[in-house]
Design a protein around this ligand. Structure first.
Ligand SMILES: *Cc1c(COP(=O)(O)O)cnc(C)c1O
Length: 394
């Protein structure tokens, strides 16, 4: 059986897969089994934040694997405690962290913290969580319900849990809060929804309004977190201090990890929540190595340089091909080119792949770019050269 046949026979068909078989990666270059070299502008959907085969991450993992990979959360786990401290410090956040294994699971943790806050802090229980249209919060039954896209709420998986409503835009949040609302959950840049950042002033105004009413602000930084927008968290860039922040994708550099961080350190008590794998030696050691690399890149100014260079190149493409793209969107290295329509987006993605450049879709018509934060000038140049070869024929 070929690999494609094997996959089709034994793996459930939940993805529309491409069947290029990548066997090795180095930085932002990927090598297929037939010898083809691809430029990676997707980094595993913002996961390989320090690129492929990053020496600091590889060394940390090798050393960790030889010592201990996993022990249960009934024991203290040294890299877990250190990673929690490091995240709080880099994010300048006076909080504490629970570790999970994915973004959805981090968001589940956030919702549990909010619900218990709503149960224990008020005479009448508050339990409703407001989210936004075009948001994305995960694929578990609860987080898919929290996701404000009707297309995700298929009757195939109903009934969904109660207590979620989504509204069209930030302004609508104000009218939707009632005495049962416990939290508002948002992304600062909607990733899956189309790489759409919110205005800083609008977010700060919302934060202030919620604080006055003791309604929690949950910021889903699963995609925007870990230097993706140029700062440790997008919340740092927006200069807000949410009640709860979730992280995942870029944190482990490819090793599965999720984290929910809150300033309400005493809401959850022993037995309220847990995870077998969450925060084990392997994933938290990975997180420490990733943060070591990226925090150094930020403080040296290297990250800012990379963001600026990528931005110039992307704007060039938007200006040069107005027949294909209506605008350039996003923040930091979470970027997009808004295509004229869905067909144009699809054509661009498939042309890029043929030209050995990996890009991603977002929303209905956005070509999305989520390169490793360690991407080099040469890789950016080569990637955009391929991009232009691809789109100039359309
Ligand atoms: C990817 C993503 C999730 C889901 O993360 P998983 O690790 O796939 O569960 C949740 N929220 C946002 C904003 C995301 O981008």
């Amino acid at each position: 059986m070929t690999l494609e046949e094997l996959d089709k026979k034994y793996v459930l068909k939940t993805y529309n897969r491409n069947y290029t078989n990548f066997i090795k990666g180095d930085g932002s270059t990927l090598f297929a089994d037939n010898g083809d070299e691809y430029i990676d502008f997707a980094s595993g959907i913002a996961v390989n934040s320090v690129g492929h085969n990053n020496p600091t991450l590889v060394k940390a993992l090798q050393e960790q694997v030889e010592k201990i990979i996993h022990i249960s959360n009934l024991q203290v786990i040294e890299p877990q405690a250190k990673l929690a401290e490091k995240i709080c410090t880099l994010a300048n956040y006076d909080g504490a962290i629970f570790f999970a294994n994915s973004g959805a699971e981090a968001n589940e943790g956030a919702i549990k913290i909010a619900r218990k806050y709503g149960e224990t802090k008020f005479d009448k229980k508050r339990y409703k969580v407001i989210t936004l249209e075009h948001s994305f919060h995960g694929r578990t039954i609860t987080t898919v319900k929290a996701t404000g896209q009707e297309s995700f709420h298929s009757p195939n998986f109903s009934p969904y849990p109660d207590g979620f409503l989504y509204v069209d835009g930030l302004e609508e949040v104000y009218n939707s809060i009632d005495d049962e609302t416990v939290a508002v959950m948002i992304e600062l840049v909607q990733g899956e929804g189309g790489v759409q950042p919110f205005e800083k002033e609008a977010i700060q105004k919302l934060e202030k309004y919620l604080k006055e009413r003791d309604v929690l602000l949950i910021v889903d930084e699963v995609q925007t977190g870990i230097y993706r927008t140029g700062k440790m968290l997008a919340s740092n860039m927006y200069e807000i201090s949410p009640d709860i922040i979730t992280m995942a994708k870029g944190l482990g550099g490819g090793v599965p990890i999720g984290a929910v961080m809150t300033k309400h350190k005493d809401i959850l008590s022993a037995g309220d929540h847990g995870s077998t794998f969450g925060g084990n030696y392997l994933s938290t050691r990975a997180g420490l190595a990733v943060l070591e690399v990226l925090s150094e890149m930020e403080s040296s100014g290297k990250l800012t340089e990379t963001l600026a260079y990528f931005t110039i190149k992307l704007k060039e493409m938007a200006n040069k091909y107005p027949n294909l793209f209506t605008e350039e969107v996003g923040l930091g290295l979470m970027r997009g080119l808004r295509a004229k329509d869905n067909d144009t987006m699809k054509a661009v993605l498939s042309k890029c792949m043929k030209n050995k450049l990996i890009t991603l879709p977002a929303g209905r018509n956005t070509v999305r770019f989520l390169p490793a934060l360690t991407i080099t000038v040469d890789e950016i140049d080569e990637g955009f050269k391929r991009f232009e070869e691809a789109v100039s024929t359309l």
